[in-house]
Design a protein around this ligand. Structure first.
Ligand code: NAI
Length: 338
């Protein structure tokens, strides 16, 4: 099986390059037969050729690869992030990766956050009117179709049930954003009635953010529309101890195709210094291995990343003095010892 590696920009390149030796080590040690190709989709290619997601990229991924591991996109030379939108949103919609799972590993346990990944405020429907060199009116429409909300909610509920979860919370803003809010509530209630093992709750997104910070232990599974899920996952990352720790999987449940990426961006403020935390990317690799059915390799990697996070190898964002490559060397050394 082949994995497509998209390092992207900034620290994306650094954390991915540091993590790849672990992929090779695990594949060799467990006899997984995994190989990879590095695809150069990102700011440099955009600036050189004007290409974000190359023609045929979606077909290529579907035919040739089992999954994607992506670093991050974003470059100060492209302030409007045009390349990043084309690549990230192109992959999510092109591969129909509509379920974005962001596990929040907190002291008391894991909160499973699910973000709808393809519609809502990221639908790319809108426009702007300019006059006298400045924008006078701007619109980004929040579009949701019932089919998309239904399949998202249904899959997440089934996943939560399979994971033994008992409670699920829908995050919405139906009081101020009524049309899509009511659609989400209607679908959530109907789908929940078909999964009696789960108890449902509904919260306005603002109150939810407040409660998550104060009482994260009150939550087990959380379902959120696209933009709310994006914001909540950064709050979750802060609760976990930093953006360098939070990983995510974007999945199409029907095809099984999945893309794994850390929640953080390309961090231009620390890019090139060799101090970016590769923890989240390594955890993404563990999720990827688990997704492909290699549970033993995934568990070993996950345990050793967790352990390395408590050693001197930890990077400065965790209060340590370690480096990106040094952290992953420590992970490899721990794996070697087991
Ligand atoms: P960011 O996540 O890149 O950085 C926010 C803060 O967290 C910075 O202080 C950074 O140094 C720190 N940080 C992030 N990841 C870290 C890591 N692994 N280790 C240590 N510290 C880490 O968010 P920001 O600065 O808002 O965005 C930078 C660029 O990334 C922008 O172009 C943005 O559009 C893009 N972006 C891309 C994403 C993606 O590719 N999925 C997601 C979020 C932002």
């Amino acid at each position: 099986m082949r994995i497509a590696i998209v390092p992207g920009d900034g620290i994306g390149k650094e954390v991915v390059s540091a993590t790849l030796p672990a992929l090779t080590w695990l594949s060799d040690t467990f006899g997984l037969g995994l190989t990879y190709d590095v695809l150069d989709w990102g700011a440099d290619r955009w600036l050189a050729e004007g290409t974000g997601l190359p023609d045929g990229a979606i077909d290529l991924l579907r035919k040739e690869y089992a999954a994607v591991l992506l670093g991050a996109l974003g470059d100060p030379r492209i302030p409007d992030m045009a390349h990043g939108r084309e690549i990230l949103l192109g992959l999510r919609t092109g591969l129909d990766l509509y379920v974005n799972h962001r596990p929040l590993d907190l002291a008391h346990g894991t909160v499973d956050l699910y973000r709808e990944n393809t519609q809502g405020l990221y639908s790319q429907v809108g426009g702007a009117v300019s006059g006298q060199g400045r924008i006078t009116v701007a619109m980004d429409e929040c579009v949701y179709t019932r089919d998309t909300v239904e399949r998202f909610v249904r899959n997440c509920l089934l996943h939560l049930r399979a994971a033994g979860r008992r409670k699920v919370t829908l995050v919405h803003k139906a009081n101020a954003v009524p049309h899509t809010g009511r659609l989400w509530q209607e679908v959530f209630r109907a789908e929940l009635a078909r999964v009696p093992e789960l108890t449902g709750a509904e919260e306005y997104v603002d109150a939810f953010c407040y409660h998550l910070v104060r009482d994260a232990f009150a939550y087990e599974g959380v379902l959120a529309p696209n933009m709310f899920g994006d914001i909540i996952s950064d709050i979750g990352a802060a609760l976990m101890g930093g953006l360098g720790l939070a990983c995510s999987a974007s999945v199409c449940p029907e095809t099984g195709f999945a893309l794994f990426e850390p929640v953080h961006g390309s961090a231009p403020d620390i890019a090139g210094q060799g101090i970016a935390n590769p923890y989240a990317t390594a955890m993404c690799l563990a999720m990827l291995l688990g997704h492909l059915g290699h549970a033993d390799a995934a568990t070993l990697l996950r345990d050793c990343v967790l352990e390395a996070g408590h050693t001197d190898a930890a990077t400065p964002d965790l209060g340590g003095t370690g480096t990106t490559d040094g952290f992953m060397s420590a992970v490899l050394a721990l794996m070697d010892k087991r």
